[in-house]
Design a protein around this ligand. Structure first.
Ligand code: ACO
Length: 442
């Protein structure tokens, strides 16, 4: 049995890929994206050939067309709706980016104001959600509470739980999600700390209101504008990242026409994993461990390289970026600026920089193209802002929410959306006899 795949490249519009299998040739169209990336469209593969594809980790599988975010892992570029992340991080704001992701274009002043007012108008969450957050044990991970609270919203807004909203109704729901997720995040933190909740303040910016709800002790938190700006940049950098694990999960769940709350909660669950968004918490725990151990990071580089040791250099490596992660570059610079402006000297930043320098000289990391990712330096900024380590992944979710919502919207509006339902190659027993329990051997 032989199988080969060839592509012809002379004319992109009539490109075909051929698969030869057991003496037969099957042709498939090659589709091309606006950035020139190409894919063999195998929609008819099984119908034509009886074959399916296997793709461990979906490393070669395109699951959708999307016009939201583009990234080139070899060049280390990232764009939201065609605008480079470096430009957005320097000039935009989190709410403007949320608008850009959801509505496809940059807003006018009027549009942005009305979008921000709409988000801010959701200045409460149902009492039942507060009670739910309070019902978790004090040592429960906040991602567990946030996931539960997010899906629980579908019990309070049943009109959106039963039917997929369209047009204006969907836009209102997206603003509601952005407003209420901010309040739930701050409430989750304060409940864990046994602090009274602080009301959302419509007059404040998105990040200003969030930080006020987090840190206010007497009705006023007097949050440093530098702190608000730093958080705004972090959230912008996290806002979307095309078909990563959590976003693909949101789309997977949404493909079944599950509601937006259930789909976003599924994204939160996927993000929690230490190989994905949970890495930001693990990075700081790792840096703290190295610090306690005396700061000698070379030993930990050796551990990361040792295949018999499960230790990984957390915050290093990425499925797509094989050059550098542009978000990490921006965050590393921001770390220096923020810590300097806040007058903080964090020994973990020195350890992180030393670790990076050492790793980037080491052939193990160089050959495998392992570079710091978005999670490597973000925790150092969150620490400086006073956010506790176990809340870091919730902060990531707060930043990623506009991306999840935009991707969910794009999918729900797509005329070609089908339920996502992969296949498998079965490798279990073909037949097994059912025996009575008394006669079974251990
Ligand atoms: N430390 C040590 N070795 C690593 C690391 C790391 N952080 N990351 C990858 N490698 C090694 C692998 O062991 C593998 O080695 P091998 O070729 O000798 O078997 C090689 O590099 C390729 O790695 P894969 O695991 O095949 O890469 P994959 O694309 O499947 O995984 C991932 C990417 C999950 C990000 C991985 O690099 C990792 O586990 N990193 C640490 C966790 C982390 O920082 N996650 C956050 C990612 S960014 C985000 O999701 C927001």
């Amino acid at each position: 049995m032989t199988s080969t795949v060839t592509t012809t490249t002379t004319n992109l519009s009539t490109n075909k890929a051929k698969i030869e299998f057991e003496g037969k040739t099957f042709e498939f169209p090659v589709v091309t994206g606006t950035e020139g990336e190409r894919a063999i469209d195998i929609t008819e593969l099984r119908a034509k050939s009886g074959l399916i594809t296997m793709d461990n980790g979906l490393m070669n599988t395109g699951s959708c067309f999307s016009s939201i975010t583009y990234l080139d892992g070899d060049l280390g570029t990232l764009k939201y709706r065609g605008i480079p992340i470096e430009v957005l991080a320097a000039k935009s704001t989190f709410t403007e980016i949320a608008y850009l992701l959801v509505y496809t274009k940059l807003p006018t002043k009027k549009e942005l104001t009305s979008f921000e007012e709409r988000i801010a108008s959701y200045d409460t969450i149902p009492d039942g959600i507060i009670n739910l957050l309070k019902s978790f044990p004090a040592d429960a991970h906040p991602m567990a509470s946030m996931s539960a609270a997010t899906v629980a919203l579908s019990g309070y807004y049943t009109e959106f739980a039963e039917k997929i909203p369209k047009g204006e109704a969907l836009e209102i729901l997206i603003a509601q999600m952005l407003g209420q997720f901010k309040i739930m995040t701050a409430a989750c933190y304060r409940i864990r700390k046994n602090l009274p909740l602080v009301k959302s303040d419509k007059k404040l910016s998105y990040c200003g209101d969030f930080l006020n709800m987090m840190f206010s002790r007497d009705g006023k938190a007097n949050i440093d504008p530098e702190v608000i700006k730093a958080l705004d940049v972090l959230l912008m950098l996290h806002a979307d990242h095309e078909q990563n694990c959590s976003t693909a999960t949101v789309r997977m769940v949404g493909s079944a026409q599950s509601n937006i709350f259930a789909s976003a909660a599924a994204g939160i669950n996927a993000l929690w994993g230490p190989l994905h968004g949970g890495a930001n918490q693990k990075v700081i725990e790792m840096l703290e461990m190295i610090h306690k151990d005396g700061g000698g990071y070379k030993k930990f580089i050796a551990k990361a390289k040792d295949k018999s040791d499960s230790f990984l250099l957390m915050g290093f490596g990425h499925r797509v970026y094989k050059n550098f992660d542009p978000r990490a570059t921006i965050i590393k610079k921001a770390c220096d600026t923020v810590l300097q402006k806040l007058g903080i000297k964090d020994p973990l930043l020195d350890i992180a920089k030393g670790l990076e320098e050492e790793a980037l000289k080491d052939s193990y990391f160089v050959e495998r193209k392992l570079y710091p990712n978005v999670d490597f330096y973000s925790g150092i900024i969150y620490r400086a802002l006073g956010i506790p380590t176990e809340m870091f992944t919730v902060m990531f979710a707060l930043g990623r929410m506009p991306g999840w919502l935009a991707q969910w919207k794009e999918q729900s509006e797509s005329p070609v959306n089908r339920i996502a339902r992969p296949r498998q190659i079965f490798n279990g027993h073909v037949n097994q006899e059912y025996t009575s329990i008394e006669t079974r051997n251990s």
